[in-house]
Design a protein around this ligand. Structure first.
Ligand code: SER
Length: 568
C-alpha cells in the first residue's frame, strides 16, 4: 500500500518527538522576525533568534513541518517550476533542530536511522556530501552509515555552506542524495552531470556555527546548533516509488481536479500546465491565508505574478472563465487537516483568487493575442522588443516574468534592457506630472521616499508585532539620516501599523530597538502605499538602516476596528 504524504509527514514528526524533540507548528510564510527576508524559505527561519543565541525557550530540541516559499529573494525556484519535477514555489520542509543541544554526533545518526529504518531506504541508493574540510562530519558518516568513500563526497562550493539570507545563522552542511536509478540521466554531486535528475537531494543537515551580521562580518555562534530540512514532496516521491513529485498522491488528487474542471488529459501534451497550476495553487492559497494580498509591490507582487502565471496555464488548458478559486476544496481536503488556516481563511482565499482571476481574465486573452502576433515572425533565438513586453505589462497586466515564461518554450527571449528603459521613462513622466501638480513642498519628500524605498509592506492583517528596517526619517519636513530628539516621521520596509489615508487616525504603539524607544502617535499613508509612522522620540538615537521592533497598541487597534474594517 502506498504511504500518503500526510502519513510521511507524521512519521517524520513522530520519529523526532520520540527522540525528545518538541513538535512546533509551522510559522507564517511572512516572517515577522526578519525584515530582510521576503518569505519563510525554510524551517529554521522561525528559530533564527534562538540559533543566534539571542533568545531561549523551554526546549532545546524541536521538529517541524514548515510551510516554505522560494519564489523571491535569495532562494528563488519560480523559473524551474514546470520545467523539472522537483522544484516548487510552495513546499513543506520537514526539519529537526538542536539549539546548543546535540551537534553532528547525533544529527547524522538520527538522519541515517530515519531514512534506513523508519523509511526503509536501501543504503545502496544513498550518497552524501560534506563541506570539503569537514573531517568531523566525514568520520561520523563513515562510522554510522558505512558508506564507501566515493559516496561521502567532499564539496568546496557554497552548495555545502548554507545561508538563510544575507544575514543570520549559517554553516557548513551535509546533503543526502537519493539515486533514482540508471535509467534517469544525471550524475553524483560534484560530477559534470550533477544537474540531472538521477541523484536528487532529499535532506540537508546544516551545522550552524556562524552568524552573518548586517555589517558584512561573520562571527562564531555562542552554541553550535543543528538545522535540518527535508523536502516532503521529494521524500514522498521516493517512498511512493515515483520519479516526479507531481506523481505523488497529493499532487495527483489536485491534478485530477484540475483536469476534471478543464476537461483535459492531465498526461497529454499539456501535462506541464497541470503541474504548474497544481504547484501555484498551493503557493497562492497559503500566501493569502498568511495575509499576503496581490499588489504591485513586494510580497504582494510575487503573489500576483504566481497567480497570473497560473492563470495563463489555465488559459492554455482552454479555460476562459475563472477556475483556480474552484480548486480550494481539493486543497483543503489534501492539506486542511495539517494546516487549518485553509479552512479558517476560506472566504478570503476564495474571494481574493476569484477577483484576481476576474480582473486579469479581462486582459489575458487580448495580451496573449498580441503576443502571438508579435512573435509570429520572430525566429527561434531572437528577442521580443522591450516596448512590446512593456505594453503587455502596462496595458494587459503581464508581469515581465510571465511574458518570459510564455516565450521560453519558443526559445525567444525578452529585451529586458528595453523593457527597463520603458519603465524608467514612464516613472520619469509620472514624476514630472507629480512635481507639477502644485502640492505643498513637504509632500515632495514623500514622493522622493516612495521613489527610493518603494511601497511599505503592511503586515498588520496577521500580526501586531514585527521587525522592520528603517528606510527613511523625516523631521520638520526634511529627510534626515538620524533623529536624536523630538517629533519625526519614520518609514520602514514593512510594518504591522495600519496607516489611515482619509485623514482619520491610524494605529498607535511603540517602535523600539537596542538604540532607541519611540512612541508612535499616528500612522498615515502617503501616496497610497508609503506608511508613515508619526513618532515622538523617548530616548536614544534613531538611524536610517537600523532594524527595530514595531508593536501596535492592541486596545487602540480594536477600537479602530470597531469603526473601520481594518482586518478582513
Ligand atoms: N536551512 C537548510 C535548508 O533550507 C536546512 O533546513 O536547506
Amino acid at each position: 500500500m502506498v504511504v500518503s504524504v500526510n502519513e510521511i509527514r507524521k512519521t517524520f514528526l513522530d520519529y523526532f518527538a520520540k527522540n525528545g524533540h518538541k513538535v512546533i507548528p509551522s510559522s507564517s510564510l511572512v516572517p515577522d522576525n526578519d525584515p530582510t527576508l521576503m518569505f519563510t524559505n525554510s524551517g529554521m527561519v522561525q528559530f533564527k533568534n534562538i540559533l543566534a543565541g539571542n533568545e531561549t525557550r523551554d526546549y532545546t530540541r524541536a521538529t517541524t513541518a514548515q510551510k516554505s516559499v522560494r519564489a523571491g529573494g535569495k532562494h528563488n525556484d519560480l523559473d524551474s517550476v514546470g520545467y523539472d519535477v522537483r522544484h516548487h514555489t510552495f513546499f513543506e520542509m520537514l526539519g529537526n533542530f538542536s539549539f546548543g543541544d546535540y551537534f553532528k554526533d547525533y544529527a547524522i545518526p538520527y538522519a541515517w536511522e530515519l531514512l534506513t529504518k523508519e523509511f526503509c531506504l536501501p543504503k545502496e541508493k544513498l550518497a552524501v556530501t560534506i563541506y570539503h574540510n569537514d573531517d568531523e562530519a566525514h568520520n561520523i558518516w563513515k562510522k554510522v552509515s558505512g558508506l564507501p568513500e566515493d559516496r561521502i563526497i567532499r564539496i568546496a562550493t557554497k552548495d555545502n555552506f548554507w545561508q538563510m539570507g544575507d544575514t543570520g545563522p549559517c554553516g557548513p552542511c551535509s546533503e543526502i542524495f537519493y539515486d533514482h536509478g540508471p535509467e534517469v540521466w544525471g550524475g553524483l554531486p560534484g560530477t559534470p552531470e550533477e544537474d540531472g535528475d538521477r541523484y536528487i537531494e532529499i535532506w540537508n543537515l546544516v551545522f550552524d556555527q556562524f552568524e552573518d551580521l548586517p555589517d558584512g562580518s561573520r562571527i562564531n555562534l555562542k552554541r553550535p546548533s543543528i538545522d535540518t530540512g527535508m523536502g516532503l514532496e521529494r521524500i514522498a516521491a521516493i517512498l511512493q516509488g515515483v520519479h516526479s513529485n507531481f506523481e505523488t498522491d497529493m499532487f495527483q488528487h489536485i491534478i485530477k481536479a484540475i483536469a476534471d474542471l478543464a476537461n483535459t488529459d492531465p498526461n497529454g501534451p499539456l501535462k506541464a500546465s497541470h503541474n504548474v497550476i497544481a504547484d501555484h495553487l498551493r503557493a497562492i492559497c497559503f500566501l493569502i491565508a498568511d495575509g499576503v494580498l496581490p499588489s504591485n509591490e513586494g510580497r504582494g507582487y510575487v503573489l500576483r505574478r504566481i497567480m497570473r502565471r497560473a492563470m495563463r496555464h489555465a488559459y492554455l488548458l482552454g479555460v476562459k472563465d475563472p477556475m483556480i478559486y474552484k480548486l480550494l476544496p481539493v486543497l483543503q481536503k489534501e492539506m486542511g487537516e495539517a494546516y487549518p488556516e485553509l479552512y479558517a481563511r476560506e472566504n478570503l482565499i476564495k474571494e481574493t483568487i476569484a477577483i484576481e482571476e476576474e480582473r486579469f481574465g479581462r486582459t489575458l486573452d487580448k495580451g496573449m493575442r498580441l503576443l502571438d502576433e508579435e512573435i509570429a515572425d520572430l525566429p527561434k533565438g531572437s528577442k521580443l522588443s522591450g516596448e512590446t513586453a512593456f505594453k503587455l505589462y502596462d496595458t494587459y497586466g503581464f508581469p515581465l516574468d510571465l511574458t518570459q515564461d510564455a516565450l521560453k518554450s519558443k526559445d525567444i527571449e525578452v529585451d529586458v534592457e528595453g523593457f527597463d528603459a520603458c519603465m524608467e521613462r514612464q516613472k520619469a513622466e509620472a514624476r514630472k506630472n507629480w512635481a507639477g501638480s502644485g502640492d505643498a513642498g513637504v509632500e515632495k519628500v514623500w514622493y522622493g521616499i516612495q521613489d527610493k524605498c518603494g511601497a511599505t509592506e503592511f503586515l498588520g492583517y496577521n500580526t501586531l508585532k514585527a521587525d522592520g528596517e528603517i528606510k527613511a526619517l523625516v523631521q520638520n519636513g526634511q529627510e534626515v539620516s538620524s533623529v536624536t530628539s523630538g517629533k519625526f516621521e519614520l518609514v520602514a520596509n514593512q510594518t504591522p501599523f495600519y496607516g489611515e489615508c482619509g485623514g482619520q487616525v491610524g494605529d498607535i504603539g511603540v517602535i523600539t530597538s537596542k538604540d532607541f524607544t519611540a512612541k508612535v502617535v499616528d500612522c498615515k499613508r502617503k501616496l497610497d502605499n508609503v506608511f508613515v509612522h508619526v513618532c515622538e522620540l523617548e530616548d536614544g538615537t534613531v538611524k536610517v538602516g537600523a532594524f527595530a521592533n514595531f508593536e501596535v497598541d492592541e486596545t487602540n487597534r480594536s477600537r479602530i476596528c470597531a469603526n473601520h474594517s481594518v482586518t478582513h
